[in-house]
Each structure stands twice: as C-alpha cells, then as structure tokens.
Design a protein around this ligand. Structure first.
Ligand code: NAD
Ligand code: GDD
Length: 332
C-alpha cells in the first residue's frame, strides 16, 4: 500500500505541531501549512509550507495529492483574545474563509477525509451559568447561543463540514476541544489560555509576591493535556462515529484552584489577587459520555500530571526570555 498523504492546517501552531509529530510517528507523509513557522520547534512535517489559507490559490496548491486533511488553522486565543470583542471581525472573517476554502478546494481535489477542530465555545451560554453544574453534552448545542463570535464561527464551520459530508459523501469528523494545554503552546502575548497564563505568572513572580487572576476565580473549567487530545483526534478520524464529539477532561476546577495547583507544583505559595478581566462563561466542563461510548476514549492522566510537564516547560521558556529579552518581556 502506498504511504498515505495528509495535510495539517495550522501545523505551525500548538496542537497542529503535536499532531504532525504523532502522524509522522505513525508513518504518514505529512504536509504542514501555516501562516507562520512554529514558534518553539522545527516542524516534523515532510513538507512545511508557510502560506495563508485565506488565499484560494494557496489552498488549491496545498490540497493537491492529499488523502486526509486535519484542519486546525484558526484565528484563536484564550479569554484575553476572544472575549474582549476587539478581534471579533477578524476571528469570524479569517477562520470562516480558511474553512470555506479548505473544504471546497479539498473536495474538488479529491480529498476524502476531513477532521475539523471545533470548540466547547459553541455550547450555549445559558447552560454554563452555574459554575458547579455546566451542561456541555453534544446534544445540548441547540438552540444555539454561544457567548462569543469565535464560538459562532466554529458552529458555522461545523455545519459547513457536516453539510459537505451529507451532500458529497465525504468522511468528516468534528471535534469540540475543551481547553487544551501543554508544552509548546502560546504562553505570553495575549492569546495564551489560563493554564499557560498561570504557569507564566507563577514562574515570573518572586516568593512572597502575588499573582493576578481575572474575575473572582470561582469560574470553572476543565483542561486536557495535548497528548491526550492528539490520541483522541486520531481515534476519531479512524473511528466510525460521524457526529461531533467533545474532546476534553471531566476534571473540573475553579481558576483559583488552577492557580493554586500551579503554585504547589512550583513549590511557591503566592497570594492571589482577583482582578477584573475578560471572563467568558461562568462554568464549563467536558461531558465525555458519548466519546467513551463511541470510541472508548477518556483521558488517562489527571490534570496535575500534565500541568507538571507544562510548568517545567514554561519555567524554562521564562528563563530563556528573561536572559535574552529582559525581565519585563517574560511577564506579559
Ligand atoms: P494555535 O493558535 O496555536 O494554532 C492555530 C494556527 O493556525 C496558528 O499557528 C496560526 O498561525 C494558524 N493560522 C491562523 N490563520 C491562518 C491562515 N490564514 N493561514 C494559515 N494558518 C493560519 O491554536 P491551537 O491551540 O493549536 O488550536 C488549534 C485548533 O483547535 C484551532 O482551530 C482552535 O480554534 C481549536 N481549539 C483549540 C482549543 C485549545 O484549547 N487549544 C480549544 C478549542 C478549539
Ligand atoms: N487567559 C487567561 N489569562 N485567563 C484567565 C486569567 C489569565 O491571566 N486569569 C483568569 N482567567 C480566567 C478567564 O477569565 C476565564 O474565565 C478562564 O480563566 C478561562 O480562560 P481561558 O483559559 O483563557 O479560556 P476559556 O476556557 O474561557 O476558553 C478557551 O477554551 C475554549 C475551549 O474550551 C479558549 O482557548 C477558547 O479559544 C477555546 O475554544
């Protein structure tokens, strides 16, 4: 059998970079595409193309000869990026254009299998108001009421890929990621999510100091380590289930608990200052009933194990940046 050729959109990003490494280890021929090079590592792709997937000519070229597409490219970030409202137009335009191009020109080129990375942000805000009891089962997506334009674009693109599946007989898999974290993820600059932000703040704060946590810190989330996410992506792509599936952890914690866990890992008991900031939904937790039933997948390790690896990596990055760019550069 000839070697299968796969395309990873967003290969220069966090999850895309890890996914390329996994696909290579499984023996695929991999073409990675991203508008930027990976910030932290050399790409393991056989071919890495730095180009803009909003450009139809680029997309027509990169899907040529490809069997499977993993579409992870998006204009995205954590609460500090998607909940301020300042980037709404770009998020909607950039990500929707990428998806419209990839699925249409991919289909024209004969790509048969697509994986699309959607988000827990598609779930209705009205089901995520109680921090102790959020509802995020796959069948609760409608009536739709995502709390951000980022979530609305993800919902639109889910529907886009699923309509291509129905009308053109393509193999489509849609995953709803719940806050994925790990080494080689964005940890500063404004797009970082709370796990990386907490690690950075703890690593840059001297003993006896305090760190800022947005909101009252009682808002809840669950976090999934990136290796677990990549394992679930691969099972989904090759598995039989056609509907959207959550890929997340059910180990829900408050953000203040997350901050304290990071301090414990670092061996640095700091004070927490809860300050105003962009918040998003009040509570969110993955619901893994369906993915357990359909793919026999669930996370294999607790939050703490992944956070230990992530903290070690971010503390190392902080030291490097402090040495090369100065103390302030590592702080924000
Ligand atoms: P990321 O920002 O690290 O990766 C996305 C990549 O897409 C970036 O490298 C970016 O440069 C690239 N990109 C953006 N615009 C592009 C364009 N026009 N052309 C080519 N490349 C472009 O984010 P990630 O955390 O690796 O997320 C991967 C996917 O998973 C995204 O679609 C994201 O929305 C989704 N997702 C992630 C999480 C999470 O917690 N990380 C949660 C839910 C959904
Ligand atoms: N980023 C960040 N930085 N968040 C903080 C901070 C901080 O310093 N302090 C407190 N928080 C709080 C936020 O206010 C929010 O209430 C909570 O931590 C979680 O924020 P994030 O981790 O940034 O994002 P999210 O969980 O709301 O959304 C993320 O996950 C979605 C999938 O579950 C984003 O990455 C989305 O893009 C993603 O789709």
């Amino acid at each position: 059998m000839s070697q299968k050729k796969v395309l990873v959109g967003g290969a220069g990003g966090f999850i895309g970079g890890h996914l390329v490494r996994r696909l290579k280890s499984e023996g695929f021929w991999v073409r990675g595409v991203d508008i930027k090079k990976h910030e932290f590592t050399e790409s393991s792709a056989d071919e890495f193309i730095q180009a803009d997937l909003r450009d139809p000519q680029v997309v027509k070229a990169v899907v040529d000869g490809i069997d499977d597409v993993y579409q992870l490219a998006a204009d995205m970030g954590g609460a500090g990026y998607i909940f301020t409202g300042e980037h709404d137009a770009n998020v909607m335009h950039n990500s929707a254009t990428i998806n419209l191009n990839v699925v249409e020109y991919g289909r024209e080129a004969g790509v048969k299998r697509f994986f699309y990375s959607s988000s827990a942000c598609i779930y209705p805000a009205y089901n995520q108001e109680d921090p102790d009891n959020p509802k995020c089962s796959e069948d609760s997506a409608y009536p739709a009421a995502p709390d951000s334009e980022y979530g609305w674009e993800k919902l639109f693109s889910e529907r886009l890929y699923l309509s291509y599946m129905r009308n053109y007989g393509l193999h489509v898999r849609v995953a709803r990621f719940h806050n994925i974290f790990g080494p080689e993820g964005t940890w500063r600059g404004g797009r970082e999510k709370s796990p990386a932000a907490m690690c950075r703040k703890v690593a840059t704060t001297p003993e006896g100091g305090s760190i800022e946590v947005w909101g009252d810190g009682k808002q809840t989330r669950s976090f999934l380590y990136v290796d677990e996410c990549v394992e679930a992506i691969r099972r989904m792509m090759d598995g039989p289930f056609e509907g959207p599936l959550n890929i997340g952890s059910e180990e829900m914690v408050s953000i203040n608990q997350l901050a304290k866990l990071v301090m414990d890992i670092a061996g640095k008991p700091l004070a927490i200052k809860n300050v105003p900031g962009p918040l998003g939904v009040r509570g969110r937790n993955s619901d893994n009933h369906l993915i357990r039933e359909k793919l026999q997948w669930e996370p294999s390790q607790p939050l703490r194990t992944g956070l230990e690896k992530t903290y070690a990596w971010i503390a190392d990055q902080v030291q490097k940046v402090q040495a090369e760019e100065g103390e302030l550069a590592a702080k924000a």
